[in-house]
Design a protein around this ligand. Structure first.
Ligand code: S3P
Length: 425
């Protein structure tokens, strides 16, 4: 049991470069392990989640070598093989869901386990489509929570509509489809991040993606990814913590450098601008530098579809707690199924600083205090949830300080977070 005491700051100036994108890092490791030959990865996320994916890639027969900031991964010529020991996915939903798709066609038995947080998360959302492809897969209870047991078998392509917007589910199917007999079509009714599709295409796999309504239809022809030199962009969901910090802290100007700026990842910026935040986006080639400065915020309405995967909801709850008026968070049910129950967690964060919250079905509401200067100091136990830790730390820094129990779970995505926060003096 440990804790960290976060002190309030009266002025914040400087630049921050957040770590490599977690989503792209998992995929770079997996696609490299699937390829025949050696790939290199620069800018890999330093988080434990991605480290776990790389450890599993090695268990499945890939060679993983680290040389300074470059990771080299060589996929076995004859493809991945089953491991006699369980595959420990730790805290990472992306690891377990994407790798379920990968190992579903690898002969032998695979057991995928996770920590206490991951062991309560539903895997039926990947088990159902993989079973339709012919996979033998099962978890615990009705929602098929980990441990997951998968017996590798020959798969067939499917035509599948993903019932909940989820990049992890879409990706598990596409990765399984690489080795299926016949083509696969995945339909999503809301556009989620395109990291898997983009990186598969980059690896030479034949894949088309066509917008349809609010969503898209993805068509994949089986094939083996070729080795690549990956450069991972920085993680927009981590940038969101510093963007909110720069807006709600007093006397703050912060630059967040070289952020991946695809539409499905950067929706939080429009939300912050609608809240009245002074956020300037300086666009480069697929990346952006964000310039943020202290702002008086006014409540808005935020729909889950604006921030697909809802990773930014906890930190937006802190922004809402600092705003004047009632901010509505709509259709946020998916938050209950993240590393912790973030639906409750977002409201807990806001109440901890003194804001008023209530909920109605899948919507919740935060009546803000008008400024982070009105925040109370607080203590919080974020559970095994890295985004809860970082959101609390931002609230404490901009407000009146806080104590965070068990903060080490921040390392699952951003081990250097407290260091980067401290250097914004
Ligand atoms: C991720 C997908 C998201 C997100 C997670 C990363 C991914 O979940 O919460 O942090 O890399 O595919 P969904 O599957 O709900 O979109």
């Amino acid at each position: 049991m440990s804790h960290v005491i976060v002190e309030a700051k009266t002025s914040l100036k400087g630049s921050v470069c957040v770590p490599g994108d977690k989503s792209a890092s998992h995929r770079a490791v997996i696609l490299s392990a699937l390829a025949d030959g050696t790939s290199t990865i620069e800018g890999l996320s330093p988080g434990l989640d991605v480290h776990g994916t790389a450890t599993i890639a090695a268990q499945l027969g890939a060679s993983v070598a680290i040389d300074g900031s470059v990771v080299s991964i060589t996929g076995p010529r004859d493809g991945l093989v089953a491991s006699a020991t369980p595959l420990d996915c730790g805290n990472s939903g992306t690891t377990i869901r994407l790798l379920s798709g990968v190992v579903a066609s690898v002969a032998g038995r695979h057991t995928l386990v996770g920590d206490h947080s991951l062991s309560r998360r539903p895997m039926d959302r990947v088990a159902i489509p993989l079973r339709l492809m012919g996979a033998s897969i099962g978890g615990e209870g009705e929602r098929e929570t980990p441990p997951l047991t998968i017996d590798g078998s020959n798969l067939s392509g499917i035509d599948y509509t993903v019932p909940v917007p989820s990049a992890q589910v879409k990706s598990a199917i596409l990765l399984a489809a690489l080795r299926a007999s016949g083509d696969t079509v995945v339909r999503e009714s809301l556009r989620t991040r395109t990291t898997t599709e983009d990186m598969l295409r980059h690896s030479g796999v034949t894949l088309t993606s066509t917008p349809e309504g609010e969503g898209r239809v993805i068509h994949l022809r089986p094939g083996r990814p070729s080795p690549q030199r990956w450069r991972v962009p920085t993680d927009p969901s981590q940038a969101a913590f510093f963007a909110v910090l720069g807006l709600i802290a007093s006397n703050a100007t912060i630059r967040i450098l070289d952020v991946e700026a695809s539409p499905e990842r950067i929706g939080f910026v429009s939300v912050l601008q609608r809240l009245g935040g002074d956020v300037v986006v300086e666009r480069g080639d697929g990346i952006a530098t964000l310039h943020v400065a202290s702002s008086a915020l006014t409540a808005t309405e935020i729909h889950a579809s604006e921030i697909p995967s809802v990773d930014e909801a906890p930190i937006l709850s802190i922004a809402a707690a600092a705003a004047t008026g009632v901010t509505a968070f709509r259709d946020m049910g998916e938050l209950r199924l993240k590393e912790s129950d973030r639906f409750a967690g977002c409201m807990l964060l806001a109440r901890s600083v003194g804001a008023t919250t209530w909920s109605d079905g899948d919507d919740f509401f935060i009546e803000g205090l008008g400024s982070a200067a009105q925040f109370s100091s607080f203590a919080i136990d974020p559970g095994l949830d890295h985004r809860m830790v970082m959101s609390a730390a931002v609230a404490g820094t901009a407000g009146r300080g806080c104590t965070i129990e068990n903060p080490e779970t921040v390392s699952s995505s951003y081990p250097g977070f407290f260091h980067d926060l401290a250097q914004l003096a």
